[in-house]
Design a protein around this ligand. Structure first.
Ligand SMILES: CC(C)(COP(=O)(O)OP(=O)(O)OC[C@H]1O[C@@H](n2cnc3c(N)ncnc32)[C@H](O)[C@@H]1OP(=O)(O)O)[C@@H](O)C(=O)NCCC(=O)NCCS
Length: 257
């Protein structure tokens, strides 16, 4: 019986041949930007000029956010402990989770679900109102809203502006904007759409599966993590106390078994 082969539709290789989604790698190198190549490998087709511009903006938007985010502290801590560059990058990537960077995944999931279940003739404000009630019933926060530093996230407005300029302001962007308004109306305090929420809405309008969500942040942030790992390696002494404030022990005092 012939051995059964597992199938992949991503890249076809052979001696002297590397065809990604059917296109020769040399042609891709010559003709596509990095963002366009990322779109191609994830979606299987080349992006339109609008999708290329949005993909580029997404990948640039989260490249770095200073030394304080948990993933950067992860990378620097692993580096400071005397590990390799790849361990430091992997450490930072492992820290990316549902509340840091990874909020794109659950935000896109909720937006995609609620755009699907929206009733005909329902306004975006009505859908957003129902969604806020659903979140409250579950005692859940809306991923993609709120920021511990920015009252207005400068990345969100730019992403939506680029989307609008290319005629790409679709249903998921409408819903997340209505949601921001609904939360402000309810609590009287602004709860800005953060970069994760903006990316979630844009990739949803671009037709990406929400399960790819965290990947967009990871692809964008790895160059930033690399810069931090390298700076830690070349500028700081090993095993320095990282991240103010220094930790304080408040467990039991010394005791005997
Ligand atoms: C990012 C985040 C941790 C920042 O939080 P913060 O500014 O320190 O705000 P707090 O956690 O102190 O919450 C302040 C109030 O806003 C509310 N709030 C904050 N983010 C909220 C959200 N996403 N959905 C609903 N309510 C939210 C809190 O319930 C709290 O309400 P209260 O004052 O009535 O108790 C928070 O907004 C959050 O959890 N967002 C969702 C996850 C996310 O999008 N992460 C990506 C960040 S780029």
């Amino acid at each position: 019986m012939a051995e059964e082969k597992w199938k992949t539709a991503i890249t076809d290789i052979g001696p002297g041949k590397i065809n990604v989604r059917g296109y020769q790698i040399a042609d891709i190198m010559e003709n596509l930007s990095y963002a366009e190549a990322v779109y191609l490998i994830l979606k299987g087709e080349r992006p339109t000029p609008a999708e290329a511009a949005l993909m580029n903006a997404i990948l640039v938007s989260s490249i770095d956010h200073g030394a304080s985010p948990p993933s950067v502290l992860g990378t620097r801590t692993v580096m400071s402990g005397g590990n390799s560059l790849n361990a430091a990058i992997a450490g930072g990537v492992l820290v990316i989770g549902d509340t840091h960077g990874g909020a794109i995944e659950q935000s896109a999931r909720i937006l995609q679900d609620w755009v699907k279940k929206r009733e005909e003739n329902e306004s975006w404000d009505e859908t957003a109102g129902k969604l806020v009630n659903w979140l409250n019933e579950q005692n859940k926060r809306m991923p993609g809203l709120g920021h511990r530093l920015h009252k207005v996230d400068p990345r969100t407005g730019k992403l939506f502006e680029i989307a609008a300029r290319h005629g790409y302001s679709g249903r998921h962007i409408e819903l997340v904007k209505a949601l921001e308004k609904a939360f402000e109306k309810k609590s009287g305090k602004p709860l800005p759409i953060n970069v994760d929420g903006a990316i979630a809405a844009v990739i949803s309008d671009m037709g990406f599966d929400w399960r790819l969500g965290k990947g967009f942040f990871i692809i964008s942030r790895v160059p930033g993590l690399l810069a931090h790992a390298y700076e830690e390696m070349t500028r700081e002494k090993p095993m320095r106390p990282l991240g103010p404030p220094p930790s304080e022990y408040d467990g039991p005092g010394e005791r005997k078994l």
